[in-house]
Design a protein. Structure first.
Ligand SMILES: [Zn+2]
Length: 358
């Protein structure tokens, strides 16, 4: 398969890691040790990553972590990202691991172009303590415009984490935003007010750039039942700006239906494919039951560990090949159709959506 566009990823830790730290960064669990990596995501990392560090696939954790320490975080990171086969990274900068590696360096390691995706809530939180309630809305607009003028290609919302996806279809009024900003500015910077979360999301919609929306599973900060993308249907139906439903699992079938029903809705398989490991082909098949093929997007959602770039990319290539082998054996599509499907899913759909150069 050609090089992939990773349309949603994050920075990695620029430091050596002990076993417990590595384990806790490898899963979405609240507290993890190496024994928690006896799971699909652990198997996926041990399957795909050791060869990049000159070890056989499925090397044990002690062997792998010793070799990683011997090479050092920078050489290990360079090898893992280079082996992922990525041509473009869209790095979401709203969450940073400790001692984060700069996006430009990730791009050098991967041999890939890099663009930023701006987290809307982070833009708002950066204004806390610098504006008054009446000035918040205009200050947010200016701050977001400045970030986009600096070259960002999309925006991201974590309203699923902070409130849930049952988002009213109406933009909040100026009076509602001012009142809510007054309450927020009197407390901590973390943005959890539902009116302000809606406001920044709709400001994102107003940019016309693709809006990435966290849906489905994540870490335990999230109320999973409120992260079902089907809850966002009234919001999705109320505008025509492209929306990318990130992750989706275990609601991948709901996400596929939303993509079928609304031509501006896209689905992303990142994080899910990495975490499902050997089960990824089955779940990938569910993603594509209803979703039109030009609305499918690949990402790794790699965060903190460069291993998650390689496990995500290699796992995706493998799962997609498995899926298509079955379809081709069943004469469900032609080889040219299969080639088009792969090219679009892995890169072409993202290139068109984010207007990236070839
Ligand atoms: Zn992410």
């Amino acid at each position: 398969m050609e090089l992939l566009i990773d349309q949603h990823c994050h920075s990695v830790v620029g430091a050596d890691l002990d076993a417990d730290r590595f384990a806790s960064l490898c899963t979405e669990a609240a507290h993890a040790t190496l024994s928690n990596l006896d799971s699909q995501v652990g198997l996926a990392v041990r399957r795909w990553c050791p060869p990049a560090l000159d070890l056989p696939p499925h090397a044990s954790w002690p062997e792998y972590l010793d070799r990683r320490a011997e090479l050092g975080w920078a050489e290990a990171g360079r090898r893992l990202l280079r082996a992922a086969g990525l041509c473009t990274l869209l790095v979401e900068t709203g969450i940073q691991p400790p001692e984060a590696v700069a996006p430009a360096r990730l791009g050098e390691w991967a041999g890939a172009g890099v663009h930023e995706v701006v987290r809307l809530e982070q833009v708002a939180e950066s204004l806390h303590g610098t504006v008054d309630a009446a000035g918040f809305a205009a200050a947010f607009e200016r701050a977001l415009a400045a970030r986009l003028a600096a070259g960002a290609v999309g925006v991201k919302s974590i309203i699923a984490y902070r409130w849930g996806l049952a988002i009213p279809a109406q933009r909040p009024s100026t009076a509602e935003v001012t009142r809510a900003a007054g309450g927020w500015l009197a407390g901590p910077a973390r943005l959890t007010d539902p009116v302000l979360l809606r406001f920044v999301l709709w400001q994102g919609v107003a940019t016309g750039l693709p809006v990435q929306l966290h849906t489905g599973f994540g870490d335990p900060d999230l109320a999973l039942a409120g992260a079902d993308p089907a809850l966002a249907q009234p919001f999705l139906a109320a505008h025509r700006t492209p929306v990318v439903l990130l992750h989706c699992y275990p609601y991948q079938r709901q996400a596929g239906w939303l993509a079928l029903a609304y031509p501006h809705v896209f689905v992303d398989v990142g994080l899910t494919v990495t975490n499902l490991g050997a089960r990824a082909p089955a779940v990938l098949a569910e993603f594509v039951e209803l979703a039109p093929f030009d609305r499918l997007l690949f990402s790794t959602d790699a965060y903190a560990l460069p291993e998650l770039y390689l496990a995500g990319a290699a796992g995706f290539r493998h799962a997609l090949a498995r899926l298509l082998d079955g379809w081709l054996a069943d004469a469900a599509l032609s080889r040219p159709d299969a080639a088009r499907f792969v090219e679009g899913f892995g890169a072409g759909n993202a290139r068109r959506l984010y207007r990236l150069a070839d």
